[in-house]
Write a protein of this length. Structure first.
Length: 131
């Protein structure tokens, strides 16, 4: 049978600079589904289950990133701002039956995810449950 789970999380974080005048914070709601196919395979004598996931993130406070528009010397002062208000992620992972590496410092999941929004995208390498 299909092995699936639905996960919801609320994140909040902030900082306040002590020696300089800087502070910021953010809060987010994350929801997503993770499901495994009802099969297992063997790779290098390790049994694993292929799993897929999809997640959505809604940020209560915009998260601002700044990036250089151009790396040339003439454009060093031109900075492009990217604000995230929401983002989405899809990915695939391999969930191994036994830990790879040491029991206290090993991994049980290896995967790849793609997170995207209007002005930003990123590829994530996963070594734990993504949602």
């Amino acid at each position: 049978s299909l092995d699936a789970m639905w996960v919801n999380r609320v994140y909040t974080a902030s900082y306040d600079g002590i020696s300089h005048n800087a502070s910021d914070g953010y809060s987010a709601l994350q929801t997503g589904v993770d499901f495994g196919l009802p099969v297992t395979y063997t790779l290098l004598e390790r049994r694993f289950q292929p799993r897929f996931y999809a997640a959505a993130f809604w940020y209560f406070n915009d998260i601002d990133f700044f990036r250089d528009k151009d790396l040339s010397i003439q454009a060093q002062n031109e900075i492009d701002q990217v604000s995230l208000t929401d983002s989405y992620e899809v990915g695939v992972r391999l969930k191994f039956e036994k830990v790879i590496g040491w029991s206290g410092a090993g991994v049980k999941t290896i995967g790849l995810g793609y997170r995207f929004t209007k002005d930003f995208s990123a590829i994530r390498f996963l070594f734990s449950m993504p949602i």
